[in-house]
Design a binder for this molecule. Sequence first.
Ligand SMILES: C[S@@+](CC[C@H](N)C(=O)[O-])C[C@H]1O[C@@H](n2cnc3c(N)ncnc32)[C@H](O)[C@@H]1O
Length: 362
Amino acid sequence: MQPVKIVDLFAGPGGVDVAAERLGVPTVGIEWDADACETRRAAGLGTVQGDVRRYGPADFPDADVLAGGPPCQTFTVAGSGAGRKALDDVLEFVEQMTARVNREQIVSDLANLDDERTGLVLEPLRWILEAIDVQKKPYEAIVLEQVPAVLPVWEAYARALRNEGYSVDYGLLLTEAYGVPQTRKRAVLIARRGEHDMKLPAPTHRTYRKGVPRDAGDASKEPWRTMGDVIERGTPFEVISNYGTGGDPKLRGRRSSSQPSATVTGKIRRNRVVSLDGAELDRFNHSEAGRLQTFPADYPWSGRDIGQQIGNAVPPRLAVHVLSAAFGWSPPSEELLEKLDWWHRLPAQAVSVPDDEALVGA
Ligand SMILES: C[S@@+](CC[C@H](N)C(=O)[O-])C[C@H]1O[C@@H](n2cnc3c(N)ncnc32)[C@H](O)[C@@H]1O
């Protein structure tokens, strides 16, 4: 398919949108965090600063692709009672929403959830169903991503979307298997309207396993990429995680520059960087932390709490693979992937939707 425009819900600093721009697909992202919006605007990404719950498909009539990475805090406690309860609530809402049970009742039930963030993971479904029922213009393609704990929700979304006439694939993807110099797991769903052989993107690189050398393993795939491949420090280095396994500081994770980074979190600035003889080096700056997530080296990180913005994002390189698979395109070429290395400011896009202020009282 040839998409016209992506509307990206919970768009953050633009992991998905950077990928889309490089694929030549226009995007507009909805994001309420002023700092992430500052970064987006500095990068020239189409941005509506506001609450996703206050918009709908009618506000973005030219968008034919829906992307979304709703926040996930309530699910990251999966396994705990609260996480399980949040999941049960969401699975029930998916059923009710797709059965077209009284909309007003659902809205009031959602408002009464123990943790209102639980309801945010249902926003993409609200948009999808509104596009079908109210706009009569279903999204042609859908791309959702989240932490692994959200996989059962994507499973419920997959059932619902198949009933609405979409072809769907979903599962867990390992970022290093797509050439991201970082080990990170994401739960991803892709869907396209009609009958298609939907398949999540095939891995291009080997999976990282502790103690298994870089050149060992499946010869049909590239070796995983390392921190040293994207960060120029002149000499090898080691990163000592801020977190110790089971809370024990002696068990803090260590990765060397000849390995992929551990999962980049919002607290990446707390990780120590040391030389191989143990001398303290400068911690990662924003550009370097962004590179571990495959953002361009000159991405114009702006606003406050940039570490958190970086840690929240989808790695653009993974997103290029995922979007290509969702559109039914061939895997991205090396030449296209190299275009993620540098950004160079794009001209600011004119966005033709009202901002949050304008909708107040509308
Ligand atoms: C996991 S991040 C998404 C990252 C994004 N997909 C990317 O690739 O960069 C979730 C984002 O949702 C934003 N957010 C949370 N609740 C929101 C709401 N109700 N409306 C708009 N944005 C919201 C957060 O500020 C955060 O930036």
